[in-house]
Design a protein around this ligand. Sequence first.
Ligand SMILES: Nc1ncnc2c1ncn2[C@@H]1O[C@H](COP(=O)(O)OP(=O)(O)OP(=O)(O)O)[C@@H](O)[C@H]1O
Ligand SMILES: [Mg+2]
Length: 286
Amino acid sequence: MEEIIQAMDLSYQYMNEDEESVLVLDHLNITVPKGQFLSVLGHNGSGKSTFAKHLNAILLPCGGKVYVAGLDTSCEEKTLEVRRNVGMVFQNPDNQIVASVVEEDVAFACENLGVPQAEMRKRVDEALKSVGMYEYRDRAPHMLSGGQKQRVAIAGIIAMRPECIVLDEPTAMLDPMGRQEVLKTIKKLNKDYGLTIVLITHYMEEAALSDRIIVLEKGQVLIDDKPRDVFKNVAVLKQTGLDVPQTTELLFELRRAGIHVPFDKLTVAECVGELEKLLGGTEKCC
Ligand SMILES: Nc1ncnc2c1ncn2[C@@H]1O[C@H](COP(=O)(O)OP(=O)(O)OP(=O)(O)O)[C@@H](O)[C@H]1O
Ligand SMILES: [Mg+2]
């Protein structure tokens, strides 16, 4: 399988206020194949954002290497190409809006890359359609909801035709409806357009939608597995200060109460299926 991202023995350190160096990424090895939907979890300060910033050369390794589409991110002359391959979406949609009309906002990064006018029109329209915001193209971005603004920000990245999008807690500032819209968009871009997704999130229900989860702790990979297998380790996750999806939590509590149910039922439908099996034979109450 072809890799889009390779972090090899990646280390990074910051200087703290006392001028001491603090190791934030500790010899990380992470490879992301093309087309994968990867979620990165970890409690506050575990190094998630620092890792994300290495993926489009906002930060450069102190030790080891990061390759994006085979390009060494520490080669300065490759920075633009690295950023063309990996687009970043951040937490606050307001900080990412630069123009006063949606379609101009989406075109902004492409304009900077020198994409010709006719090609740009095509890309902007396609990008807006792919995030479900085409009918808002003439609107003022500041009049949109948080979820809509975040989708416009994603469209701006899509218009650059990247191979991979890295989203650092893109739903953290959104209401439940906005979160759902953005998640649906991310999932669709991955499934229908084959875009590689690296999603950093604190929401376990979001991570449950991905192909693979990495849990970081103190700048190291603590867990790297499929969501079903990750969430089976309820005790380990809780020790790390992480939650599990509500479905897993319910099954976990049932098991603790001595009721035999499997752990690895992540979706609400699967969980309901298990509960129905449990209640099998009894009359439904509503
Ligand atoms: N610019 C900086 N200067 C000094 N230390 C920093 C800087 N940025 C981050 N750190 C420290 O590096 C560590 C990792 O930070 P990082 O932002 O990568 O964590 P995170 O996992 O994204 O956390 P969160 O869940 O809170 O977003 C933290 O201890 C943080 O205080
Ligand atoms: Mg962070």
